[in-house]
Write a protein that binds this ligand. Structure first.
Ligand SMILES: [Zn+2]
Length: 68
């Protein structure tokens, strides 16, 4: 009987938390597991500002204060 022992790969594919960038609003680190957005900062060359989705929303709210 000569069958090979099979190595069972029991490794799960987990979401790897990777550092993305600093949040342009709160200045905290953004990780790939967070909800975040990339906002174009400059076009030539194309660079991005990164922000937590929540921070962007909060900022939007403040910016939408109209003069009513
Ligand atoms: Zn933030």
């Amino acid at each position: 009987m000569g069958f090979h022992k099979r190595k069972k790969s029991a490794r799960k594919l987990v979401d790897i938390e990777r550092y993305v960038s600093k949040c342009m609003y709160c200045d905290k680190d953004i990780y790939s597991t967070d909800s975040f957005v990339a906002l174009i900062k400059t076009l030539d060359p194309t660079t991005y500002n990164y922000a937590h989705y929540q921070c962007m929303k909060d900022n939007d709210k403040n910016a939408n204060k109209t003069c009513d």
